[in-house]
Design a protein around this ligand. Structure first.
Ligand code: S3P
Length: 172
């Protein structure tokens, strides 16, 4: 089986994907990390040197490559913006069991404020700018997240085991 996690930056995709992969004996794959390996530079440096459209293209190629080449039994943590591309949404729906971690903007802001260094879209924003960016961007992306993954509505205080229980309930 191929499982993927989508959701906004800071929603806990990597944490859940790693824990689930370890539970199930699957391989954990971090999409941002694959992009960095393919491009030989960090996500932040790709954004700054080549711009977001280039990054989105590299993101699409990396996802396509994973789904074309890798064996089954993988858990993929996607970057928050993967669903902006229609083909990515289609691939995730058709070739993975996809979960959308839906976390409130206020919780995301609190988390992200201390984890913004390698995140070019929010790195230079102060708290007020971040809140308004997250609210706007999340609402712009919401339909895409919802049409791609099984929604797990989270209040942000659940521990990873509680979230994985919800995932397992859906898988069985
Ligand atoms: C992005 C999310 C990031 C990374 C890039 C763009 C986005 O991944 O792919 O900075 O557009 O939401 P995380 O969601 O893992 O932070």
């Amino acid at each position: 089986m191929r499982i993927s996690f989508i959701g906004f930056m800071g929603s806990g995709k990597s944490t859940c994907a790693k824990a689930l992969a370890s539970d199930m004996g699957y391989q954990y794959i971090d999409l941002d990390h694959c992009i960095e390996e393919n491009e030989g530079r960090t996500v932040a440096s790709i954004f700054y040197e080549f711009g977001e459209p280039y990054f989105r293209e590299a993101e699409h190629k990396a996802l396509k490559e994973i789904l074309a080449n890798k064996h089954h039994d993988i858990v993929i943590a996607c970057g928050g913006g993967v669903i902006l591309n229609e083909l990515n949404r289609q691939m995730l729906r058709e070739h993975t069991t996809c979960f959308f971690l839906n976390v409130q903007p206020a919780v995301l802001t609190e988390r992200l404020f201390f984890q913004k260094e390698n995140r070019p879209l929010i790195r230079d924003k102060n708290r007020a700018e971040m809140i308004s960016f997250i609210e706007q961007e999340l609402s712009r992306r919401m339909t895409f997240y919802k049409e791609t993954g099984v929604e797990l509505l989270l209040d942000g205080h659940e521990d990873v085991h509680t979230i994985l229980n919800k995932v397992h309930q859906h898988l069985h």
